[in-house]
Design a protein around this ligand. Structure first.
Ligand SMILES: Nc1ncnc2c1ncn2[C@@H]1O[C@H](COP(=O)(O)OP(=O)(O)O)[C@@H](O)[C@H]1O
Ligand SMILES: [Mg+2]
Length: 257
């Protein structure tokens, strides 16, 4: 039986399978994110990386296997409970509302506000704690100049930061980032790297999907490589970078991602 052991892991996946019809999106995937670490997931297009995030966050249920945080077994939990358990995410394809300001995004995203009528009320009724967290996230990501801007009208790199700031307002223990530097230029990516290091130093554990190898290798403590839904390699950036199995998977794939 699976137990939520206090093993110093923010997240442990054991033997997770997920099929879509005949497609084996995840096959016997076991991944550990130790508390306070930044763990990377890389792999060619279609390898199952986003599916991995979807089963962790409850968007889809795993067909089998277990998903455990430091405190709880969250396998098959619905998304809102998983969010309350301290797991937040961003999306590969940015998901922002078309008519909401940056500030409004940061206020309405907070699951710990609970699902009450008050959440449907105008933003000025938000509770002070939610406003404080929104202010912190706004400031941490340097988004103050964009507070009243409609988020979807902002440059791509800023929109990505809004998504990350929104994820932070739920005060997560583990942050899942799906290709956070996609569409960012070098300077924006460097800026983001420093911000993520800062978050990690505050104790946040991070699981990160990214195709930008320089970014992944310089930021992550450990890396898992997925190919056709299976983990084909894991270890330090140095170990993974030189693994012939990994090189094969990338050379054999069009447009590694
Ligand atoms: N909702 C879904 N329905 C059917 N197939 C899906 C769904 N989501 C992902 N897949 C399939 O699962 C495989 C892995 O996809 P994905 O997790 O998006 O890969 P990656 O993020 O590594 O590019 C692909 O073959 C994809 O087509
Ligand atoms: Mg993906």
């Amino acid at each position: 039986m699976v137990t939520a052991a206090k093993n110093g892991a923010a997240l442990t996946l054991s033997g997770v399978h997920k099929n879509f019809g005949g497609i084996r999106a995840l096959s016997d995937v076991s991944i550990t994110v130790p508390e306070g670490r930044i763990v990377g997931v890389i792999g060619p297009n279609g390898a199952g990386k986003t599916t991995l995030f979807n089963v962790i966050t409850g968007a889809f249920h795993a067909d089998s296997g277990s998903i455990v945080t430091a405190e709880q077994i969250i396998t098959r939990w619905p998304p809102h409970r998983i969010a309350r358990a301290g797991i937040a995410r961003t999306f590969q394809n940015i998901r922002l509302f078309s008519s909401m300001t940056v500030w409004e995004h940061l206020l309405v995203a907070q699951p710990r506000q609970g699902a009450s009528l008050r959440n449907l009320m105008p933003i000025r009724w938000a509770n002070p704690e939610a406003a404080r967290r929104a202010e912190d996230a706004l400031s941490f990501f340097g988004l103050e100049p964009y507070r009243t801007a409609i988020a979807r009208t902002l440059p791509y790199g800023i929109q990505r930061k809004v998504e990350m700031a929104r994820a932070l307002t739920s005060d997560p223990k583990l942050l899942l980032l799906d290709e956070p530097v996609a569409g960012m230029n070098y300077d924006e990516a460097e800026d983001l790297r420093a911000l993520l290091v800062g978050l990690n130093q505050r104790g946040l554990s991070i699981l990160l999907i990214e195709h930008d190898m320089t970014f992944v290798m310089s930021l992550c403590h450990e890396i898992y490589v997925l190919d056709f839904g299976a983990v084909i390699a894991e270890g330090s950036p140095n170990k993974v970078r030189n693994d012939p199995v990994v090189l094969d998977a990338y050379l054999g794939a069009e447009g590694a991602c």
